[in-house]
Design a protein around this ligand. Structure first.
Ligand code: NAD
Ligand code: UDP
Length: 318
């Protein structure tokens, strides 16, 4: 198979590429390096089955491929809100371009959508039939509404042009290679604990999230791509934690003495989030296998070694 991964130099994309390459596929990684890094795919750069193209998906491109995993889009609130108009363009024009490509070469197209399409959900846990509660004009809308229209485009290309589609609604995912300055809760708390600075909990920390380890998520994406169901399918870990519980777990694991600092809650921050994964279980025979404590340990080790490396290079630099 020749497989295109848009956003392949990012956090999830690079883990997906590791799996696709290990399975003997030809992989083309397309990325504009907005939040992605060459370092994430460094080990494949010289491989004859691997190709890296620096490209912004808001511009069209012609490639010969069999499958497209469409992941290109900044995922952390800090990065997608930095240039919201660009986030909308990436989701709308970028997704249009990739669907146009899928149509032209008859490639199977998988959209990495998000639990954000449910907004601040009134149905709990979230089932795929739920249409969501999204603010169309808030600071998160560029991402939430962007992904909603990306889903609409994907289903319209399917109905109108017979494009073979798959739609995954990904819930909060974490693991090695998250950016240190990502702004997402797991990376923030782990880095703060390692650096011995107070853990920032927004609001009173009673809002909930469900955290999926990246290897589980990648397995789910690959099963969805190779299966018969088009979706949408929720992919996430159904174990739900308050953000304060997460902060306490990080404290216990990394730095029991570090303080917790409460800060104001960002606008439109969803109060609770937890996937109903009945579809994923029955359609894909998939469910997460890595518990939060186990995944957190692996994530902490990755951040610890990156921070140590940076400190060493600073010392050498002096
Ligand atoms: P990430 O920011 O690490 O990766 C996104 C990648 O897309 C980066 O490499 C970035 O450089 C690239 N990119 C962004 N805009 C682009 C453009 N216009 N052209 C080409 N490349 C572009 O984020 P991630 O966590 O790996 O997320 C990957 C996908 O999964 C995203 O579509 C995101 O919406 C979705 N998702 C992620 C999560 C999560 O918790 N990580 C949750 C739900 C959905
Ligand atoms: N959050 C927090 N401290 C941080 C970063 C985030 O308390 O340093 C909270 C944030 O307000 C939200 C939750 O953690 O309620 C998850 O935030 P994240 O940005 O990781 O993802 P999303 O809100 O998109 O689910």
């Amino acid at each position: 198979m020749r497989i295109l991964v848009t956003g392949g130099a990012g956090f999830i994309g690079s883990h997906l590429i590791d799996r696709l390459m290990a399975d003997g596929n030809e992989v083309i990684c397309l990325d504009n390096f907005y939040t992605g890094h060459k370092g994430n795919i460094l080990k494949w750069l010289e491989h004859p089955y691997f190709e890296l193209i620096r490209h912004d998906i808001t511009e069209p491109i012609r490639l010969e491929i069999d499958q497209i995993y469409h992941l290109a889009c900044p995922a952390s609130p800090v990065h997608y809100q930095y240039n919201p108009v660009k986030t909308v363009k990436t989701n709308v024009i970028g997704t249009l371009n990739m669907l146009g490509l899928a149509k032209r070469v008859k490639a199977r197209f998988l959209l990495a959508s998000t639990s954000e399409v449910y907004g601040d959900p009134e149905v709990h846990p979230q089932v795929e039939e739920y249409w969501g509660n999204v603010n169309p004009i808030g600071i998160r809308s560029c991402y939430d509404e962007g992904k909603r229209i990306a889903e609409t485009l994907t289903f319209d290309y399917h109905r109108q042009n017979d494009v073979d589609i798959r739609v995954a609604r990904i819930f909060n995912t974490y693991g090695p290679r998250m950016l240190e300055n990502d702004g997402r809760v797991v990376s923030n708390l782990v880095v703060q604990a390692l650096r011995d600075i107070p853990l920032t909990v927004y609001g009173d920390g009673s809002q909930t999230r469900s955290f999926c380890y990246v290897s589980d998520l990648v397995e789910g994406l690959m099963r969805l791509m190779s299966g018969d169901h088009i979706g949408p399918v929720n992919l996430g870990n159904p174990d739900e934690y308050t953000i304060l519980e997460l902060a306490n777990s990080v404290q216990k694991l990394v730095n029991p003495k570090v303080e917790i600092k409460f800060q104001s809650l960002p606008q439109d921050d969803p109060r609770r989030r937890r996937p109903d994964i009945t579809r994923a279980k029955t359609w894909l025979n998939w469910q997460p296998t890595v518990a939060l404590q186990e995944g957190l340990k692996l994530t902490v080790e990755d951040f610890r070694s990156r921070i140590n490396r940076n400190q060493q290079s600073l010392v050498i630099g002096h």
